[in-house]
Design a protein around this ligand. Sequence first.
Ligand SMILES: Nc1ncnc2c1ncn2[C@@H]1O[C@H](COP(=O)(O)OP(=O)(O)O)[C@@H](O)[C@H]1O
Ligand SMILES: [Mg+2]
Length: 365
Amino acid sequence: MTPAPRLEVQSLTRSFGGKPVVDGVSLTIAAGQVTCLLGPSGCGKSTTLRMIAGVELPDTGRILIDGAEVCGPSHITPPEARGIGMMFQDFALFPHLTVAQNVGFGLKGDRVSRAARVGELLERVNLTGYGDKHPHQLSGGEQQRVALARALAPRPRLMLMDEPFSGLDNRLRDGIRDTTLAVLKEEGAAVLLVTHEPDEALRMADEIALMRGGRIVQSGSPYHVYMKPADKAAAAFFSDINVIKGISRGALTPTPFGDFLTPGHADGAEVEIIIRPQHLKIDFDRAGRGPNPTPQDGTPARGRVRRARFLGRESLIEFEMDYDGSTLTAAVPGVFLPKAETPLWLMIRRDRCFVFPARRGLTDQ
Ligand SMILES: Nc1ncnc2c1ncn2[C@@H]1O[C@H](COP(=O)(O)OP(=O)(O)O)[C@@H](O)[C@H]1O
Ligand SMILES: [Mg+2]
């Protein structure tokens, strides 16, 4: 028999003042797996996490840990008996306690075994030798690692983390994320990490659950969620997007970039072809001619550089397209900074674009 998932959440709902804030959220996490609950501010992530922790009660739904109900219609386990570790943005260490005392705070057992566990965790988070210091003597990143060690010390079955890195210096963050992930994996707890930053979710998650308006709109591996977004808003959450509108006829949609296959769209249906800036291909203008059409890239279309911005890792080039004056943005790695007015040809890789029905009356977001 396969073991029950470490965490199973079934149709959680919660309203505040008659307004649903969490609206039928279900998810499962296996032991050793990191799931990121990703979504814009106010979409209900923290409320979901607080219900799993037990500090907020759902209106309806069930929560099971290792197959046992900790929250349901007939039974509610108090937060401290759920075997959950928690870490929040404001990870508030106890200022009057030493690092070792902070880490050992929630530990039971005799002094020797507690000290051994504290030593083991301080080593894991690269803070061996810091045990006698006080929090104010540590940098933000070091304090964060102490908070991680403290949360993990009692060997929680499940770690809940709510934007745990957002208080940290940008430059430190990636390193601390990687250390944190390595430690979490070594400890083997299931992790639910809440974040509004797509880069963080892509970097940390085994699975991303994308949330919007109280619901999970898509879940899957980072690769899947990024490369096969469920809708336009899901695509737009991870990067800027370019939108090319068209009308599907006989499962084909003609555009200035050639025909796109649009199976499943009715004759006459308006569709939107979505392409991320880094998936536009750029080619030079050869006395008014561009590259030849190919099955993979379709027909090239010409535009003029409106402006190019150097962003370090990549350059962003904004084009005004010849065919209708609309704007497309391409991202290219490294230092390619064409001057304004330079004519260049753009192509759209057919295997990198997404086609969705145009949703009239809805704002582009
Ligand atoms: N205790 C509460 N009382 C009233 N409204 C709340 C309460 N907690 C959260 N909300 C509202 O629920 C919505 C979602 O909040 P939250 O779960 O914190 O979102 P997120 O963590 O995704 O930013 C927000 O509009 C917030 O104002
Ligand atoms: Mg929140």
